[in-house]
Design a protein around this ligand. Structure first.
Ligand code: NAD
Length: 254
């Protein structure tokens, strides 16, 4: 492969990214578009989704913004159907939408638990299920789920979030086993501390503690995660499935 074609190695592919109005999802969508993919940008924030879609169009790719709450099965099924109807295919699904509702275990309400599990874990299940139906017929596909290092090692104040992300990792491994015979690769990514709106809510004290413990001595950028997604979404990763890949500047080796 020439360098030029390697840079465009997702040309002709249709990718769908949930929670792509901002942050990591937006960076993933832009990076996939730079590799040549056409994009469906979905989010509950419709205006933000439209802004990301406009940036994709400026890169010369087809793009579509669709409002979708991933915790609603009917909306996720409609999103996948619209993707195929409007762009003709669904080759790559990135289950990225996620939220936090941090508080200590003893203070956590049932509502805080349910909301985080509904969006982070059930939303990922709905996405995998809706995409699988389509990808199984095509006998090809890539699904990449956003987990977190908290799903591997836990984190104070994140009982709901870390449980949801551990669930995403286990779901990923199971779906990978079920879909492998149909040539569909399913992997998870476990980012550490990445600078986005989500981590802006973290206290100065907790931020300093994170940075102190990161061997590479910096927080991650959404673009760092996006590059890993591009690799996993490409044919270069055709023999990788059921994995959870950590991207954390070394935080979990400390
Ligand atoms: N930022 C980090 O340090 C970090 C670390 C590990 C994992 N992650 C994961 O990466 C993903 C993206 O995180 P981020 O930091 O970009 O967060 P963010 O808060 O900046 O962006 C999340 C996006 O998801 C959307 N969203 C929220 N609820 C939704 C729903 N029900 N349906 C559809 N969209 C919804 C939001 O509108 C927003 O655009 C999340 O799954 C998060 O858990 C982030």
């Amino acid at each position: 492969m020439t360098e030029a074609s390697a840079q465009q190695n997702l040309a002709g592919k249709v990718a769908l990214v949930t929670g792509a109005a901002r942050g990591i999802g937006r960076a993933i969508a832009l990076a996939l578009a730079r590799r040549g993919a056409d994009l469906v940008i979905s989010d509950i924030d419709e205006d933000g989704a439209k802004q990301t879609a406009a940036a994709i169009s400026e890169l010369g790719r087809r793009s579509l913004a669709v409002r979708c709450d991933v915790s609603r099965r009917d909306e996720v099924e409609a999103l996948v159907n619209e993707t195929v109807t409007q762009l003709g295919s669904l080759d790559i699904l990135i289950n990225n939408a996620g939220i936090t509702r941090d508080t200590l275990l003893v203070r956590m309400t049932e509502e805080q638990w349910d909301l985080v599990l509904d969006i982070n874990l059930k939303g990922t299940f709905f996405g995998c299920q809706a995409a699988a139906k389509r990808m199984m017929k095509a006998r090809a596909g890539k699904i990449i789920n956003l987990a977190s290092i908290t799903g591997l090692i836990g984190n104070v104040g994140q009982a709901n979030y870390s449980a949801s992300k551990a669930g995403v990792i286990a779901l990923t491994r199971t779906v990978a086993k079920e879909l492998a015979a149909r040539n569909i690769q399913v992997n998870a990514i476990a980012p550490g501390f990445i600078e986005t709106e989500m981590t802006r809510e973290v206290s100065e004290k907790a931020r300093a503690a994170f940075l102190e413990n990161i061997p590479l001595k910096r927080a991650g950028k959404p673009e760092d995660v996006a590059q890993l997604v591009c690799f996993l979404a490409s044919a270069d990763a055709d023999y990788i499935t059921g994995q959870c890949i950590t991207i954390d500047g070394g935080l979990t080796i400390n």
